[in-house]
Design a protein around this ligand. Structure first.
Ligand code: SAH
Ligand code: SF4
Length: 426
């Protein structure tokens, strides 16, 4: 979602006549698009801001902006005002579309401008956007979150869940298709509750059917799908619709029922495994990926063993693994039974070992198979090599004599590592 929002900032700046600078030192405008889901990302932003104090002294005309969900944390704007007076403008997550007018205000009023709403407003539509990839696009279908998982800051900084109108989503998909996009990834904190805030009754699987009819769009992906709300109709839509990719990102977070309850996730280990079995039985060749967190307050060695057990049983294609990070304002942050850093790190390492072995094993199964790959063009690091993804979202590096960038082509997989596959065009 952050990447999608960054594309919106870039789109607006481009329309205003800005061009990309070669590096920070040469820029006249610098915008930090922040994320507050974990503390590490926040610390980095402060590091960058501190480092820019000198540059701002040398170049007083330099404008520094900070945007993104970190700016929605109540204490953050005060911190910026007190400790980072060289920041020129601050934008909240509801104020993305106000970037141009905020720059204008800053230039005409000669003082720092803070533009942060703390309540949800209308959903702005039709914002210009500068895509990072020519052939694939992010498409946000909803904003905010109502789930209040006890560790998570997202509902506090992104407000209540609200869905975009079907017609707006279809318009954007058609526009993207005309612009050469072959693959869209639908974004939402919990796509399974898409449509709940709309007057016209529609659910997520119906949205997939509608989007499948858009000519030119050849692949549809989505994330994230919360296990508590996943429906049989979604699994059926995935199995029936050719354009919907055979990949399900289903965050586990933890394997212990006790921890899941305290996280406020509303499913059990058994229910989660049942969903996995059902999805695999209906969608042959399905790739499964997940998010897993270790070191939630009160997590015992036994609790952690349950997480490892799920990881071993499911054998995820890929897992995004995190060390629990205390987020001020969330219930889990108040708990006194926080897990010592050393223990968290050791569990994290043990989880990685299990997961890396599973990723490699899953990828090895592709060797010798022929896959449909959307050729995304030349690899950034080696211009002899093309890179693309399979339907199941595996990265494939391959040599191709013809220029087939932007096309879905057949590639025979010749080798595999834990992170990517290698192949040759057929
Ligand atoms: N809406 C998505 C998650 C968005 S946040 C969902 O429910 O799955 C992305 C991931 O960050 C989460 O799945 C979780 O694993 C991780 N995360 C969220 N809060 C965290 C915290 N306080 N510490 C560590 N990881 C966290
Ligand atoms: Fe955070 Fe839970 Fe909402 Fe995901 S569903 S954004 S983890 S509160």
């Amino acid at each position: 979602m952050n990447e999608n929002e960054a594309e919106k900032y870039t789109g607006m700046l481009e329309m205003m006549g800005f061009v990309p600078a070669v590096d920070m030192e040469n820029a006249d405008f610098i915008l930090f698009n922040t994320c507050c889901v974990r503390e590490n990302a926040e610390l980095k932003v402060f590091g960058h801001l501190g480092a820019l104090k000198g540059l701002k002294r040398e170049k007083p005309w330099l404008l520094i902006a900070v945007a993104g969900c970190m700016m929605q944390e109540p204490h953050m704007v005060e911190d910026i005002k007190k400790k980072h007076k060289h920041v020129d403008l601050v934008l909240g997550t509801q104020n993305i579309h106000e970037l141009p007018q905020t720059i204008y205000e800053r230039l005409t009023r000669e003082k720092s401008i803070i533009n942060v709403y703390d309540t949800e407003r209308y959903i702005p539509e039709g914002m210009p956007l500068k895509r990072e990839h020519p052939y694939k696009a992010w498409l946000s279908i909803m904003y905010g979150c109502n789930n209040f998982c006890s560790y998570c800051i997202v509902p506090h900084v992104r407000g209540r869940e609200r869905s975009r109108e079907l017609s707006d989503i279809l318009d954007e998909a058609r526009y993207l298709a005309e612009d050469g996009v072959k693959e869209i990834t639908l974004l939402g904190q919990n796509v399974n509750s898409y449509g709940k805030t709309l007057e016209e009754k529609i659910d997520f699987s119906e949205l997939l059917y509608a989007l499948s009819k858009v000519d030119g769009i050849q692949r549809i992906r989505f994330m994230t799908s919360h296990p508590k709300d996943i429906s049989n109709s979604l699994i059926m839509a995935m199995s029936e619709l050719d354009k919907v990719c055979k990949h399900l990102h289903l965050p586990l977070q933890a394997g212990s029922d006790k921890v899941l309850k305290e996280m406020n996730r509303h499913y059990t280990k058994q229910r989660y495994l049942e969903i996995v079995d059902f999805a695999r039985s209906k969608i042959p060749g399905l790739a499964l990926t997940t998010d897993i967190m270790v070191g939630f307050p009160g997590e015992t060695e036994q609790d952690f063993a349950e997480t490892l057990d799920v990881a071993k049983r499911v054998e995820y294609d890929l897992a995004y693994t995190f060390i629990y990070s205390i987020r001020k304002g969330t219930p889990a942050a108040e708990r006194e039974d926080q897990i010592p850093e050393e223990e968290k790190k050791s569990r994290f390492q043990r989880l990685l070992e299990v997961q890396d072995a599973a990723s490699l094993k899953k990828n090895m199964e592709y060797i010798g198979k022929t896959e449909f790959v959307l050729n995304e063009g030349k690899s950034k690091t080696n211009s002899d090599i093309n890179t693309g993804r399979t339907d199941t979202n595996k990265i494939v590096n391959f040599k191709s004599k013809e220029d087939t960038a932007g096309q879905i082509i057949k590639v025979r997989i010749t080798d595999a590592g834990a992170w990517s596959l290698e192949g040759e065009t057929v």
